[in-house]
Ligand binder design. Sequence first.
Ligand SMILES: [Zn+2]
Length: 373
Amino acid sequence: MKRSVREVDPDGDTLLILRNPDAPFAVIDSFWPDLLPTHTPPMKNTEQQLGSFERSLRKPQIQQQNKEELRLRLSSTHLTFASAYFKAMMSNDWRETRPEEGYSFVVTAEEWDQEALLILMNIIHGQTTEIPRAMSLEMLAKMSALVDYYMCHKAVHFFAQTWIANLTDPVPEIYGRELLLRLCISWVFSEAEIFKKLTDTALYQCRGPIHSPGLPIPGDVIDALETKRQNFVSEVISELHDLKSRLYKDKGHKDKGDCSFECSSILLGALIKGMNTICILEPPLSESLEGYSIRALEKAVLSIQEPNYSSMPDSYSLCTGETHTRTYVKYAKHAKYAKKPHRCTLSEKIRGILDPKIEAIAGLELNAFTNQV
Ligand SMILES: [Zn+2]
């Protein structure tokens, strides 16, 4: 076994042993199926990237134990001052049963990235001349995982601001590993605006609970996003079924605001066919609605085919029931509507269900979660 020792503090009393260093980081080994596969629009670059991300997840990950060890000589005074983790350890009579010769304290760690751990320990020990001013998204995510674990946010605050400012990667706009790395950074270093933007993207695009492969992304955050996704999907599907029922029961009583018999019959037929095509006519198989992203459901529902009225006589396609535009939905309580011949469309009725929900989608507020800690 190769044993290298780095004297971060040559007078230090603490030995930190990092075992199995540089283990695979943030590996995602499962993914959510796409239950609306036939309604994916022609592939754009972003979607191709998402597809390749998912394919990459299917590759078996062969993880070999790294026999190398990194040994760091550190100062318990610096560690307990900078890190709540070490402070708590010290207050719990932190002593290894078999301390190594030349050290008062021994602590072990596993799988961290050697370079990231060394940078963190150099900062904690005031050895800042060789600290990089810029780093990759990957390395910054590794740093944030360490900072979260050892609870030393204040010690790295200044450097974290610099690293974030110097990130060259744009904020990810596609749900995938990069987005999760950036989300973890925004959480650990309290970037409220970025956190909201990334959770908004994740909420719109993910087909199940967001992945958190060993990253410090709180369960509360994952649960909040998942609840929002499930509510959106179940409400849209349920309200489309309600629309179907209304059209089904519509008796064509124009004086009661019903659609004409011809209008509701045409729309009902088209809606049932459309819902069958996108596989939402039957209740979804999974109660947790995994496999449905908000984005895919929106596109699928908007792809429901509108009847072609151009070949129909006006007596079939014109309706004297009340209009069902978005304006109607929004101001229904306050306005009266003239019942004049007009053409109802399926897309108006569908958009009346979908659009308010899409407009209400928003990412999460960081402080709603940090205040609980
Ligand atoms: Zn109508």
